[in-house]
Design a protein around this ligand. Structure first.
Ligand code: SIN
Length: 530
């Protein structure tokens, strides 16, 4: 049994940024479900949004973030996020990460949906995630333990202190391991794998939310799930992301007859906020038409988008033909584990950062390319916070954890694919009470509360993953049923507009029940300059 000062669960951008900024006095473990290169951050195509351009300023980035997210943010957090963007990019540059440059050697800034200015910094054209993650992985100091292919299945909460004192994990053969730590950080990404159409790495299916919920933490805003408008669509399935940067370079969404889809639908047309574009594509596809991205106007497509070119070629789509078939799919969770401004959850000793955490910076719909920025910012911020606490750590002092009862009846859960298809059909882009209730009823048949406090020591990896999926799905469905309005990425056909009162309320779920909590509005001062 090993003890640490900090265990980081997950290996995406927020996890690696945190690991790289923790004091070398810390004994650190990074533990990840798959491999350190299998995560959403690694596959990120677009880039990092930061107000780096001559015509730009954090104020404009702030405004765009609030508009895209339908004014449902923690404004103070948005302000600090956008204000810190340029310095975080400069730091990466100084540390040796090379961002793409234009012809005169300035940072090449890309355009994406709902941005009023070009502000996306990128690497290798559309391979930002890969370059960024390789840079962060290479910077990890050798004294940090990195363990791959471990499913973390339980957060250990001390029965007396109620503090999180470590984790339990299973190796690939299902053997159990226990790790104690002063601090545990969940940085495991979102919930894309809960849906049949998704841009996410297949390993990302809501583990963070389910682990935290089962441990007693508060979960917030689970109804806000972003569907990316353009995933490659082949033979009835989605096969990976076609970055919004492609539309930023001039590609247009068209129907089967080549008619532009977004014309007259929004002032920004193809670059409207994602929830608006995804909804239009959804309706057209529901009416029986295929939807394509017309890329014929983009010169040197292969050079600008090498990752997408490879993806299309691997799926038999010719770039020369100029038309990529697309469909929307689950992309990003705006809600998640409730945290304060450093990532502290409602459980002492347990933190969350990155997509699994709900910091309030994305509102009801995330602005494109704000997520890598979020990972960089909160990864570093939590490291600074934990470094300040180092004297309070007491590794080993808490290494006692009573045995919990194991479930006697290990349930038979549905196939993963069935959960994904049901979520896509009934809790996807457009939601109705009737469909959500059908889904709720179906999930309730599996009686999740019956296993809530049981040990999963004897469960198989497959069954634990299904339990986590069903648990997370239940949290999504509960929240989506309760929020009787349409706001950002949460679209209710039966409540089709924003409601002022709902705009002031969060839906907070925990083992103690569900609560509508008033939003804390913080009127923020952000300097206007250009
Ligand atoms: C994209 O490249 O379209 C995705 C980037 C993001 O979601 O921020």
């Amino acid at each position: 049994m090993k003890t640490y000062n900090c265990i980081i669960v997950g290996s995406g951008i927020a996890a690696m940024q945190l690991a790289n900024h923790l004091s070398n006095q810390f004994r650190v473990l990074v533990i990840t479900k798959s491999t350190r290169r299998a995560n959403n951050s690694y596959h990120a195509q677009g880039g990092i949004a930061a107000a780096m351009g001559n015509e730009d300023a954090p104020f404009f980035h702030y405004e765009d973030t609030i508009k895209a997210g339908c004014d449902f943010h923690n404004e103070k957090e948005v302000r600090v996020l956008v204000e810190n963007g340029p310095a975080l990019i400069e730091q990466l540059k100084n540390d040796g990460l090379s961002f793409d440059q234009d012809e005169i050697g300035q940072l090449a800034l890309g355009m994406e949906g709902a941005h009023s200015r070009k502000r996306i910094v990128h690497c290798g054209g559309d391979a930002t995630g890969k370059y960024m993650m390789e840079h962060l992985i290479a910077s990890i100091r050798p004294t940090i333990d990195v363990i791959e292919n471990r499913l973390v299945y339980e957060l250990m909460i001390h029965p007396d202190s109620k503090k999180c004192i470590g984790i339990k994990a299973k190796d690939a053969d299902g053997n159990n391991e226990v790790y104690f730590s002063d601090n545990v950080v969940l940085a495991v990404g979102g919930i894309g794998g809960l849906f049949s159409f998704t841009s996410n790495d297949s390993s990302v299916a809501g583990d963070g939310v389910a682990l935290a919920y089962r441990a007693g933490a508060e979960i917030i805003d689970m109804e806000f799930i972003q569907f990316h408008p353009t995933l490659l669509y082949i033979n009835g399935k989605t096969a990976g992301l076609i970055s919004e940067a492609v539309r930023g370079e001039g590609a247009r969404l068209v129907d089967e007859s080549g008619m532009p889809l977004m014309k007259g639908k929004h002032l920004l047309e193809d670059l409207a906020p994602r929830h608006i574009v995804a909804k239009e594509i959804f309706h057209l596809r529901a009416a029986g038409s295929e939807v394509y991205l017309d890329i014929s106007s983009i010169a040197r497509f292969e050079e600008k988008f090498p990752t997408i070119t490879t993806l299309c070629q691997a799926n038999g789509i010719s770039i020369e033909a100029g038309k990529i078939p697309v469909a929307p799919g689950c992309h990003f969770l705006m809600g998640g584990i409730a945290v304060d401004s450093v990532g502290q959850t409602s459980i002492d000793g347990l933190y969350a950062i990155g997509e699994t955490a709900a910091t309030g910076v994305h509102g009801a719909n995330r602005l494109a390319s704000n997520s890598l920025l979020e990972g960089l910012y909160y990864g570093k911020k939590l490291a600074v916070h934990l470094n300040e606490q180092i004297d309070k750590n007491e590794t080993g002092a808490t290494s006692f954890y009573p045995l919990k009862a194991s479930s006697l009846n290990i349930p038979v859960f549905p196939h993963k694919e069935e959960i994904q298809e049901k979520m896509m059909a009934y809790a996807g882009i457009i939601r109705t009470r009737l469909e959500l209730e059908l889904l709720e009823k179906w999930i309730n048949e599996y009686d999740l509360p019956a296993f809530m406090d049981d040990s999963l020591d004897e469960w198989s990896i497959e069954n634990i993953q299904k339990l986590f999926m069903l648990q997370t799905a239940k949290l999504v469905v509960n929240a989506a049923l309760l929020r009787e309005e349409s706001r950002g990425a949460h679209n209710r056909e039966d409540f089709s507009v924003e409601n002022k009162r709902w705009g002031q309320l969060h839906i907070v779920q925990s083992k103690n029940g569900t609560e509508m909590r008033e939003r804390q509005r913080e009127h923020t001062e952000i300097e206007i300059y250009a």
